[in-house]
Design a protein around this ligand. Structure first.
Ligand code: GDP
Length: 457
């Protein structure tokens, strides 16, 4: 896969040490914050499972749950009552009301977990790309029902595409919930059958075996979600961890706080007076109130007026945080979602042409020179053209096997040149993993994922 053949980014030494000390001081005693995206084929049971966990963890009060139960009963859709926990949040989000953050957050022994799923958009991959590019880890939900797992897993099913996407966006740790096992009488054979099929695929997609855990469960009955199972048919063969324990044992993700500051803008909204707010993930470095920052690609300066995380005000935010930043000194009209806010001393690059090492997904039509695509870079979506096919590479060794190929078929690896319709902020993968990844899509299908290897100015 394309993930393993490129050197790890080097650490730049600017400002690094003090940011690291500041991070230790500020965050040393608190629970590790983990951002988790929930992925899987439509109807796999993602909303039900997460809704049930949030309810069982006390994040939804009894009264609200009772209301959902009554309403769903009335509509003859009682099986949806847990899914409503998340749907209401989704609705609130689309209506622009500040969402109740607590509802999409829960704590495990060692971690504070925030869900990144936008449940209303479950079929909407562009949103998923933006969500996944902010995720530390992923929970993949598959439906164990006979025939249903197969539907989601086969060509065109979302199980594979979602797993490939999150891996291509840098997620390395995965929990796979083998869900709805109640529909197959908690069959161990079925559980094993699904694991066998998933394992070889996930390995191909670039996941390392120790970083993937399979958990049998039922989001509907609640078996093996936050407590050890009570179901005898499952207890007969399973004594592994429940889903919450698996989430708790994810390795803490690396927070590159020592690198120059970068934040990719996900959202922009009005603040008080002439100030306005942006929010997004701090990809690298740290940001303090009072800092001057540069917005790219427009290269305008701004000053940080205030900072917050989950509506709690902060004096400093660090790599890995989803932060809201109030900026002053520039016009709100001049920035948009997908822009990068960065350090003024060592800013990101701005260019409209670059080379990338790509891996082609399952495509019906091979990629040829001159083909139009939509480029996804963090939260940015921009029309682009694959203007040159430089070389086809061996998937196993990464060596060049053909110069100037005429086309690139499914599962090939290559170096291509991309011309974007306008200048964007970007970085080499070797300098900054987070801003050095791209996704290439065409007619609503992800055709390739890539790493930026050369920026052409
Ligand atoms: P999503 O599209 O992945 O979010 O799936 P939903 O959570 O909306 O669930 C889809 C359907 O599967 C609903 O009818 C649920 O009640 C049902 N469902 C979800 N989880 C389970 C489960 O563990 N067991 C059973 N039997 N049905 C489930």
């Amino acid at each position: 896969s394309c993930h393993d053949n490129i050197d790890e980014p080097k650490l730049s030494k600017s400002k690094g040490k003090s940011a690291e000390a500041q991070f230790k001081k500020e965050r040393g005693g608190s629970k590790e914050h983990l951002y988790m995206i929930v992925i899987g084929h439509v109807d796999a049971g993602k909303s039900t499972l997460m809704g049930h966990i949030l309810y069982a963890m006390g994040q939804v009060n009894q009264k609200t749950m009772h209301k959902y139960e009554q309403e769903s009963k009335k509509l003859g859709k009682q099986s949806f009552m847990y899914a409503w926990v998340l749907d209401e949040t989704g609705e609130e989000r689309t209506r622009g009301i500040t969402m109740d953050v607590g509802r999409c957050q829960f704590e495990t022994k060692k971690k504070m977990v925030t869900l990144l799923d936008a449940p209303g958009h479950k079929d909407f991959i562009p949103n998923m790309i933006s969500g996944a590019s902010q995720a530390d880890v992923a929970l993949l939900v598959v439906d164990a029902t006979r025939g249903e797992f197969e539907t989601g897993f086969d060509f065109g099913g979302q199980t594979r595409e979602h797993a490939l996407l999150v891996r291509s966006l840098g997620v390395t740790q995965l929990a796979v919930a083998i869900n709805k096992l109640d529909t197959v009488s908690w069959s161990q054979d079925r559980f094993q059958e699904i694991i066998t099929k998933m394992k070889s695929f996930l390995k191909q997609a670039g996941f390392k075996e120790p970083d993937v855990t399979f958990v049998p469960c039922s989001g509907l009955t609640g078996q093996n979600l936050i407590k050890k199972p009570t179901e005898n048919e499952l207890l007969a063969w399973y004594d592994g961890p429940c889903l919450l324990e698996v989430i708790d044992s994810f390795h803490p993700p690396v927070r590159p706080v020592m690198k120059p500051f970068r934040l990719s803008i996900n959202d922009i909204f009005k603040g008080t007076g002439s100030a306005f707010c942006i929010s997004g993930r701090v990809e690298t470095g740290a940001l303090n109130v009072g800092d001057k920052v540069l917005l790219c690609p427009s290269k305008e300066m701004a000053t940080v007026k205030s900072l917050s995380i989950d509506e709690v005000s902060k004096t400093v935010v660090f790599a890995g945080d989803q932060a809201t930043v109030t900026l002053s000194g520039l016009d709100m009209q001049n920035i948009s979602v997908g822009n990068i806010v960065c350090d003024t001393q060592s800013p990101v690059q701005v260019a409209s042409r670059f080379e990338a090492r790509i891996v082609v997904f399952n495509v019906k039509v091979p990629i040829t020179k001159g083909c139009s695509i939509i480029l996804h870079h963090q939260s940015l979506e921009e029309p682009a053209v694959i203007c040159k096919l430089h070389a086809q590479l061996s998937k196993s060794t990464g060596e060049q096997i053909k110069k100037h190929p005429r086309f690139l078929g499914s599962n090939t690896s290559a170096i291509v040149e991309v011309q974007v319709s306008k200048a964007i902020a970007l970085e080499l993968y070797s300098e900054c993993k987070e801003l050095g990844r791209v996704m290439l899509r065409q007619s609503g299908v992800t055709i390739a994922a890539g790493l930026i290897t050369k920026i052409i100015l």
